[in-house]
Design a protein around this ligand. Structure first.
Ligand code: CTP
Ligand code: MG
Length: 230
């Protein structure tokens, strides 16, 4: 099954509170995006990688990431959109017609491993739509505007959703088309697929597969990387 990996990396990383855009922040001296691309590059069944970067940053990304490090696969850079969903929509437009599976992985999750990517792809061959996720560890409660607790949500059935999220191409294309027609904005791609009534299957992720969102995540990310090398 021809599989294409698409990587939304067109965000600016506002919650990092810094000037350099998040995909180029250094984690153990290498840009965040390097790690995601290296993991994807190692998967034989992935034919091609397409990355959405902030419009105007194509050259910068080419020089700082693609030319500085060695990647075996063809990596294409395209301008992203004003939201993550819009960046993914644009990426999907570039996916060749003869593709069967599309694997979507955030540029901001550098700790993804080849093993997890392989599992995601293998499970999607069976289930058509999968997301990596881990059981929620904290107790989750909902509260009103004045921070008074409304209720405690049973943790047993709660999962923290990660990427990769992997889909049959026809499924994710239809999901994005429908969302865009109906003005629906979801916080992940699976939410768009769920609206079609298509079952999305959870694949066990890893607590290491964190998203780099706020400054302390860089410290955690570096520690996890060092731990992995040992
Ligand atoms: N993303 C994107 N296009 C956008 C916004 C986000 O491709 N217009 C990407 C980010 O680059 C990131 C992923 O979507 O790889 C997840 O988004 P997030 O972690 O929220 O990153 P940012 O949007 O950059 O961060 P923030 O929300 O703090 O600004
Ligand atoms: Mg964001």
């Amino acid at each position: 099954m021809k599989t294409i990996a698409i990587v939304p990396a067109a965000g600016t990383g506002e919650r990092m509170g810094i000037t350099r855009k998040k995909p180029y922040l250094l984690l153990n001296k290498r840009p965040l995006l390097y790690y995601t691309l290296t993991a994807l590059d190692s998967i034989t069944s992935i034919a091609q990688i397409i990355v959405a970067v902030a419009p105007g940053d194509e050259r910068f990304c080419q020089q700082q990431v693609l030319e500085k490090f060695h990647f075996k696969k063809s990596i294409q850079l395209i301008p992203g959109g004003s939201s993550r969903q819009e960046s993914v929509r644009r990426l999907l437009e570039r996916v060749p017609d003869d593709t069967q599976l599309v694997l979507i992985h955030d540029g901001a999750r550098p700790l993804i491993t080849p093993e997890l990517l392989e599992q995601a792809i293998a499970e999607t061959r069976v289930w058509k739509a999968t997301v990596l996720a881990v059981p929620v560890k904290d107790t989750i409660k909902s509260a009103n505007d004045t921070l008074q607790i409304e209720k405690t949500i049973s943790r047993e059935r709660l999962w923290a959703i990660q990427t990769p999220q992997t889909f049959e191409r026809s499924v994710i294309r239809e999901a994005h088309q429908r969302a865009s027609q109906e003005g629906f904005i979801g916080t992940d791609d699976a939410a768009l697929v769920e609206r079609l009534g298509v079952q999305v299957k959870i694949v066990m992720g890893s607590y290491d597969n964190i998203k780099i969102t706020t400054p302390e995540d860089l410290v955690i990310g570096e520690a996890l990387l060092k731990n992995r090398k040992r």
